[in-house]
Design a protein around this ligand. Structure first.
Ligand SMILES: [Zn+2]
Ligand SMILES: [Zn+2]
Length: 255
């Protein structure tokens, strides 16, 4: 199993750094895209035909989903690389309406995605099969319906957990329990002091999740462009003494 970071800039894209999007592949078989924030569709094009992928969403904030209407154009109208069938789409229950509005020709209209995607909503803790991997969503702590995603390759037992956006919550630890790789948001940078509760983690919070879950390798993601990256990394190190990296677009993690 391989994860490629399409983009991991926090809350907004930055120059050369798309917002949130992660590509999961196994032996060039069916791939899965987790989130499709601004700039990630271009990054995906550089790697593979964007129409050859299942798409899942951690939640529906703009920095995680707004390249989806462009993907719909590609899947329907590309002259020789359009989708030839329906791929799977999982996300919060409002995904078809929320994203359908972005693609609609009419204000208030909803574009029906069912010609090109078979959608089903996440059910907290219920494992879904997507090609060569399974994904189990865990409800996490954010102002809207949001999930951490535990991705497992049954053939090897390897696990990658993606936090999505979340404040610290025990459910994140459950989602990351024993994972080989944890991609954890550290949106607040070094410290969450004075920040709104119930939204995001600091580097220290991400390190705490990694320690409590006993993960093999922590990758800090979703750091806002104005945050101090080195101080965020140091805050994570104060909580977790295992391997820690800072995510960058284009990085590939192979298990
Ligand atoms: Zn976000
Ligand atoms: Zn969010």
């Amino acid at each position: 199993m391989k994860l490629t970071i399409l983009g991991c800039s926090g809350s907004v894209p930055a120059p050369g750094k798309p917002a949130s999007g992660y590509l999961i592949t196994v032996d060039n078989d069916e791939s899965v895209v987790m989130d499709l924030g601004p700039g990630t569709l271009a990054a995906l094009q550089a790697i593979q035909n964007p129409a050859d992928a299942h798409v899942v969403f951690s939640h529906l904030h703009a920095d995680h989903c707004t390249d989806f209407p462009s993907l719909m154009v590609w899947r329907r109208f590309h002259p020789d690389a359009a989708s030839y069938g329906r791929d799977l789409c999982f996300g919060p229950v409002d995904t078809p309406i929320h994203l359908g509005r972005l693609s609609s020709n009419e204000p208030g209209g909803v574009d029906d995605m069912s010609d090109t995607f078979a959608f089903a909503p996440w059910v907290d803790g219920q494992t879904e099969i997507l090609g060569r991997v399974t994904i189990t969503p865990y409800r996490v702590l954010h102002p809207i319906e949001a999930y951490a995603l535990r991705v497992r390759e049954p053939a090897t037992g390897k696990v990658i957990t993606y936090s999505g956006d979340s404040a610290y919550t025990p459910n994140l630890v459950t989602a990351a329990r024993g994972a080989d790789l944890l991609f954890a948001e550290a949106c607040w940078g070094p410290s969450g002091e004075g920040m709104a509760p119930g939204m995001h983690m600091s580097g220290a919070d991400a390190g705490r999740v990694a320690r409590e879950a006993g993960v093999g390798h922590l990758v800090l993601i979703h750091i806002q462009p104005w945050a101090d990256v080195e101080a965020t990394l140091a805050a994570a190190r104060s909580e977790f003494d295992g391997q820690i990296s800072v995510g960058e677009p284009g990085q590939v993690y192979a298990l």
